[in-house]
Write a protein that binds this ligand. Structure first.
Ligand SMILES: C[S@@+](CC[C@H](N)C(=O)[O-])C[C@H]1O[C@@H](n2cnc3c(N)ncnc32)[C@H](O)[C@@H]1O
Length: 226
């Protein structure tokens, strides 16, 4: 367990950034989840679930199945569990993506929003995700910080934890080399308008923000072959 990551994201949970991430990620996350075409009986794993907003959204689609959210930060998991008490088909666990506490073939789908590039060992995490998915299962991940989206790079020095900065071909290759097939990369776009008087926040300038949104979020879809 990477304690530094855990402590940093616990800090985020205490600072209310779990809810903040829902605001920031949801417009694109909803589109990604829509494109998963989840059957009502799906068994889904949400890797790096944060406050659990996507886990709950998935649970509404998989209403005859079940959804498991995992996160390395116990305070995020606590927040997610408290916000999900009305859902009967949702569960959360503190776990690291590199060592998933599940049996082989337990899930039909896996989802991960803005989480993969934080993992100290992304390859181990991918192998674990593949292991817990059934043959023919699908993994969908959304990534905002990637090589082809230059304005996103300015986040790196502001983050208190190390991240991986990979390009789209690197991601595709990593998936293909670790047992995934039919890897598809797409871009998703946040329709929220940028205020005319934007004066900083996640980006140094409004122009950076405009370009970031024009580049879009990277969505990768991959199937498991066993
Ligand atoms: C930027 S947040 C995104 C949270 C959520 N998916 C969302 O969209 O709101 C990244 C999350 O990944 C979790 N995380 C980072 N490294 C992890 C790891 N190795 N295993 C599991 N979760 C991890 C963090 O604790 C954090 O909650």
């Amino acid at each position: 367990m990477d304690e530094h990551l855990r402590d940093e994201f616990n800090e985020w949970a205490r600072a209310g950034r779990g809810e903040g991430m829902e605001k920031g990620h949801r417009p694109v996350g909803e589109q990604a989840i829509e494109r998963m075409h989840l059957p009502s009986t799906a068994r889904v794993l949400d890797v790096g679930c944060g406050s659990g907003w996507a886990t709950r959204l998935i649970a509404e689609k998989a209403h005859e199945g079940n959804v498991m959210g995992i996160d390395i930060a116990d305070e995020m998991v606590q927040l997610a569990a408290e916000s999900s008490s009305s859902f009967e088909n949702v569960e959360f666990k503190v776990a690291t993506a590199e060592e998933l506490p599940f049996s082989d073939d337990e899930f039909t789908h896996a989802f991960s929003m803005e989480s993969l590039y934080y993992y100290s060992n992304m390859i181990a995490a991918l192998r674990e995700i593949r292991r817990v998915l059934v043959d023919g299962g699908t993994f969908v991940t959304v990534i905002d910080l990637y090589l082809e989206n230059a304005p996103s790079h300015q986040w790196i020095p502001t983050l208190k934890v190390p991240v991986h900065l990979l390009g789209i071909p690197d991601y595709r290759l990593m998936f293909e080399e670790n047992g995934f097939v039919n890897v598809v990369d797409e871009r998703l776009y946040d329709p929220k308008p940028i205020p005319a008087d934007y004066s900083g926040g996640s980006f140094a300038t409004r122009d950076d923000y405009v370009l970031y949104k024009k580049n879009g979020s990277l969505m990768l879809t991959a199937e498991v072959r066993k």
